[in-house]
Design a protein. Structure first.
Length: 138
């Protein structure tokens, strides 16, 4: 989805238009909606039809990739996924908004990473998933 993990530097006009064009087709960009139903500043949801990403400021924090490696979903976290309390708060909201209500705390996220490392997968909301950290994603 993000060729060479390039983080898109978005202008206000591009965000208002809710889309930018990437080399692979359309990349839809919107602000993350907080628990009160309001758009959040500097927190973005990126979608291209196959992958949903969460970007905080200029860091790609998380990607939810569809079926692959024999699992229903691959949840890939960037190396800065736990950079701050604010990043973790919005990461949890992003995961919950995308159906991963089992990942309702940073402890639950860390436990899912640990379970994937030990057993090769984790069951989340009835789906077989892998949750892992990609140190090259930032």
């Amino acid at each position: 989805m993000y060729q060479n993990r390039v983080i898109i530097d978005l202008s206000i006009r591009q965000i208002k238009n809710k889309q930018v064009h990437s080399t692979g087709g359309k990349l839809m960009v919107s602000q993350l909606i907080n628990s009160k139903g309001n758009p959040t500043l500097n927190q973005f949801v990126l979608t291209d039809g196959k992958t949903i990403g969460f970007q905080s400021y200029n860091s790609l924090v998380c990607e939810i990739r569809g079926r692959g490696m024999g699992f229903d979903n691959n949840i890939v976290l960037g190396r800065d996924y736990d950079y701050s309390r604010t990043t973790m708060k919005y990461l949890i909201q992003f995961l919950e908004q995308n159906g991963f209500t089992d990942l309702d705390s940073i402890k639950a996220v860390r436990d899912a990473i640990d379970h994937t490392e030990r057993y090769g997968h984790v069951k989340l909301n009835g789906q077989e998933c892998v949750v892992w950290i990609d140190d090259t994603m930032h």
